[in-house]
Write a protein that binds this ligand. Structure first.
Ligand SMILES: Nc1nc2c(ncn2[C@@H]2O[C@H](COP(=O)(O)OP(=O)(O)O)[C@@H](O)[C@H]2O)c(=O)[nH]1
Ligand SMILES: [Mg+2]
Length: 371
């Protein structure tokens, strides 16, 4: 899962680190000179005086030695050693960053990170790293740490769907919690509904499924089959019947039978098909869902952003499920879609079986990227 982005980010950080280490000697000398100049300024010694005559005690050095993170024996470090540990530091200049930047941008774009997000990541990385004094061996780790922080800020924190359902059960309104699923054909809506129904059942939350995809051949049978396997009722009508009324019937069934949750399956529709988008707007108006979830494929790349924007515009989406992340080698979609839409990713679909769904976890995602 997401192996390509992980690999590429790792390689990039390594390459930058190696290139910085192999800086032309003049630049390293420059850095040494600068560091020394600073030290001299701090200590109030005239620049013309030879270095060996500089008389400064450890307390006068700008940063304490501990911050340099060089292994040392306490109390035994000579003044000379302290100076050399300082001067072995490197800095990535703005000019250098510009050279590495293009490669980073390319690898992000190639791995489904949208341009807007790639640009934001690069800008933030630049602010964090350019001009920062680092020991050579620290460069790679610093880049990874910076990426981690950047991604943490980019992704929206998801909420827990079960908790929302439980809140509604506890407020004793006797109304079921209704979730409407939307998205284009074949993304995995029906399968995801079955997975969520199974997961809710495991948590003693009762649910009923509404077969409101009355359009696609065999869709009703598909949902019924899932219902039978999981042991959950499916409310359906004829093919071609009004999907909003199927949703409505399922809600009535839930109210009558004290069922906690209604999951409404809908027909896939292209986000560009205005009449079908109108149809799902009607389902939403009739069924008044507590939660509207967009289901999209992790593999899709930039197109998913256009899809979710259209559904959001028509319905007001509150969360996203990314399916097929198990077969997504890239990983950038997850990074982009949440940031651009400002909607949280709630779950990742990780396979075809009922248990192959995971609540989206930012920290876990960051770890998957090797950061
Ligand atoms: N590998 C993988 N396949 C999935 C996942 N979710 C759904 N699928 C498959 O995607 C195909 C389409 O799913 P379906 O639920 O019918 O999509 P729908 O048209 O949106 O309802 C089916 O073959 C599913 O088994 C997933 O997370 N991983
Ligand atoms: Mg379906």
């Amino acid at each position: 899962m997401f192996g390509k982005l992980k690999e590429k980010l790792k390689n990039w950080a390594k390459k930058v680190s190696e290139k910085v280490e192999k800086k032309p000697i003049e630049e390293v000398v420059e850095t040494k000179k600068e560091t020394l100049e600073k030290l001299k300024e701090k200590s109030g010694v005239e620049k013309t005086k030879p270095i060996k005559k500089i008389d400064i005690r450890p307390k006068e050095i700008e940063k304490p030695v501990e911050e340099i993170k060089e292994p040392e024996e306490p109390g035994k470090q000579s003044f000379f050693k302290k100076v050399t540990s300082k001067i072995s530091k490197v800095k990535i200049t703005e000019k250098e960053f510009e050279i590495y930047k293009d490669e980073l941008e390319m690898l992000l774009l190639e791995n489904n990170v949208a341009l807007e997000v790639a640009e934001k990541m690069i800008q933030e990385l630049k602010e964090k790293i350019v001009g920062k004094e680092l020991l050579k061996k620290e460069v790679e780790g610093e880049i990874k740490e910076d990426f981690k922080e950047i991604i943490e800020n980019i992704l929206i924190e998801p909420f827990k769907v079960e908790e929302r359902i439980k809140e509604k059960i506890e407020d004793q309104s006797k109304e079921p919690y209704v979730i409407l699923f939307c998205g284009i054909n074949g993304t995995g809506k029906t399968t995801t509904i079955a997975k969520i129904a199974q997961s809710l059942k495991n948590q003693n939350i009762s649910c009923v499924l509404a077969a409101a995809d009355t359009f696609r051949a065999a869709s009703i049978e598909q949902l019924k089959k899932h219902g039978e396997k999981i042991g959950v009722n499916v409310i359906s009508n004829e093919y071609g019947s009004d999907p909003a009324s199927v949703g409505f019937d399922a809600i009535q069934h839930a109210k009558k039978n004290m069922i906690n949750c209604v999951l409404i399956d809908t027909a896939g529709r292209m986000h560009t098909a205005k009449n079908l988008i109108k149809e799902i707007e009607k389902i939403s108006k009739v069924c008044k869902p507590d939660l509207k979830i967009f289901v999209g494929e992790s593999l899709t790349g930039n197109d998913i952003i256009e899809q979710v924007k259209s559904f959001d515009w028509a319905l007001g989406i509150e969360g996203i499920i990314l399916t097929k992340s198990d077969v997504d080698e890239k990983g950038g979609t997850a990074l982009s879609v949440g940031y651009i839409t400002r909607k949280p990713i709630l779950y990742l679909g990780t396979g075809q079986d009922y248990d192959k769904i995971e609540p989206f976890d930012k920290q876990k995602f960051i770890k998957t990227l090797g950061l």
